[in-house]
Write a protein that binds this ligand. Structure first.
Ligand SMILES: O=C(O)CCC(=O)C(=O)O
Ligand SMILES: [Fe+2]
Length: 479
């Protein structure tokens, strides 16, 4: 027994105080963990609250979407590391939902989307960080972590002017342990641009004295200062997608709008289409109100469950960053609801649409695009079909910002206007490919882009379009 000896009781008191001390340590440790969990939880709650205010607006904003993906692919996992040690109900619950989370490749996709938007539209880094897109202010701004992710991607792409801008923003927003890593990256970006003095200054002044790389970096940049290497300044040029490139007035003064009926199609005599000539040679024309809201609803509803990541290339189609969208073919013949669709294209073009391919529906998310390409097939063409004479591209949705179609040799930017269709010939009337038709599906900055594309092939047109030597706009009746 214990109670008969005071000595034994004393040792129990000692033991108890030892235990209390250890318990205190445990409490402190747990409290620290919990405080950190609470801090992260508050950060997540704040952002989630902003998203809840208008979910649709949030997920169609590239900056907000990037943040959402980063939270779910990185931040939540960091939080869970704190809770991992004990098997609590929340950890169990999290494991069930985690499977549906975006992963690091989704994060990479979202970062690339923002980078694409910046480079195609030549947006200022500071504007993007503050949520300003093409001059319009949106509420979502980027955090240090987001800037750091983007900066690292630019660094890997060897775009050091941009990486320096983004690391600078990350440094400005920084208030945690990542500081040294940002400083080194920023200095190295300066170094790659030949700005050794700046790099040296940054390392000497701002890198922690305890950092193991400090001395070697100082030595490296001091030595670099002695070398005289010539560097090429990186320039960011305007792209046709941005809509800021002026068209030669000699061309633009001849452009016009009209009510057009074509090839004497009887229906169009009564109800001509509104048409706008965006370029005369080669002709690029935008037709308004050629697809109805009901048809659009039908097309979206029917195709949405089947959309798959688009591929590019005729011979060996692949998924790549060249074309970031989801798409699926739709055969008009099996959809009675769309029975008038091809008739309109036939009325407009005078061509036989029976030989056209199944239509293609595509949906581009934020930063989604289709880089420079021609629609005609290069190389061997299947003789039973022939090449793609003509492209008719229908816009099924207005895009809030970006998402036009740019003809980069012609400085023509087609705005994505719902219910309209843009039409151009990919071949000269002689059947020769027309390389002036090189075009880009511009990145979506904000919103969602839905298009439908119809390609008319050469076969079946022999009697309808007997090769004129040159295209002549007079072939069409315009009233
Ligand atoms: O998305 C666009 O604006 C262009 C699409 C396109 O060029 C195509 O699908 O061939
Ligand atoms: Fe195309």
């Amino acid at each position: 027994d214990h109670f008969s000896s005071t000595d034994e009781l004393k040792s129990l008191v000692d033991l108890e105080s030892y235990l209390i001390e250890s318990l205190d340590e445990y409490i402190l440790e747990t409290q620290n963990v919990l405080n950190e969990v609470i801090r992260l939880r508050n950060e997540l709650t704040e952002e989630n609250g902003i998203a809840l205010e208008d979910v649709n607006d949030y997920v169609t904003n590239p900056i907000a979407a990037l943040k959402l993906i980063r939270r779910l692919s990185v931040d939540w996992l960091q939080l869970m590391e704190f809770l991992e040690t004990d098997e609590n109900d929340f950890s169990q619950l999290f494991k069930v939902f985690e499977k549906a989370f975006p992963d690091l490749s989704d994060l990479e996709g979202a970062v690339n989307g923002v980078i694409r938007i910046q480079s195609f539209y030549n947006l200022k880094t500071k504007d993007l960080v503050n949520g300003v897109l093409q001059g319009q202010y949106f509420e979502n701004s980027l955090s240090e972590k987001d800037c750091f992710e983007i900066a690292k991607s630019y660094f890997e792409m060897k775009q050091f002017k941009r990486s320096a801008e983004w690391f600078k923003e990350a440094k400005r927003l920084n208030f945690n342990s990542n500081h040294d890593s940002i400083v080194i990256y920023l200095a190295n970006s300066y170094g790659k641009l030949g700005k050794y003095k700046k790099a040296l200054h940054l390392i000497s002044e701002e890198l922690d004295d305890d950092n193991e790389n400090k001395n070697s970096l100082i030595k490296y940049y001091k030595e670099s200062l002695q070398k005289d290497t010539i560097f090429q300044e990186e320039h960011h040029k305007d792209h046709v997608c941005g809509g800021n490139i002026k068209v030669d007035p000699k061309i633009s003064k001849n452009l016009f709008c009209a009510y057009g009926h074509f090839y004497a199609a009887p229906f169009l005599k009564i109800a001509p289409f509104k048409v706008e000539y965006l370029n005369l040679d080669p002709p690029i024309r935008q037709f308004y109100d050629v697809v109805t809201d009901d048809e659009i609803e039908y097309i979206k509803k029917t195709t949405t469950p089947y959309l798959k990541r688009s591929k590019s290339g005729f011979e060996d189609p692949r998924v790549s960053d060249y074309r970031v969208s989801k798409s699926i073919g739709i055969a008009l013949k099996v959809h009675n609801f769309l029975s008038h669709f091809d008739q309109r294209l036939n009325d407009i073009t005078g061509l036989d649409t029976n030989s056209s391919e199944s239509l293609q529906v595509a949906n581009y998310g934020i930063g989604g695009h289709y880089d420079e390409h021609h629609d005609f097939i290069e190389g061997t063409v299947n003789e039973n079909e022939g090449n793609r004479i003509l492209t008719a591209l229908y816009y099924l949705e207005d895009v809030e910002l970006g998402g036009g179609t740019a003809f980069i040799h012609l400085n023509v930017l087609v705005p994505p206007i719902k219910n309209s269709m843009v039409l151009w010939y990919n071949l000269y009337p002689t059947g020769k490919p027309d390389y002036r038709t090189l075009h880009v599906g511009c990145p979506v900055i904000k919103g969602s882009k839905w298009i439908l594309t119809s390609w008319i092939r050469e076969r079946g047109q022999e009697l309808l379009s007997p090769c004129p030597v040159e295209y002549n706009p007079q072939m069409e009746t315009v009233i």
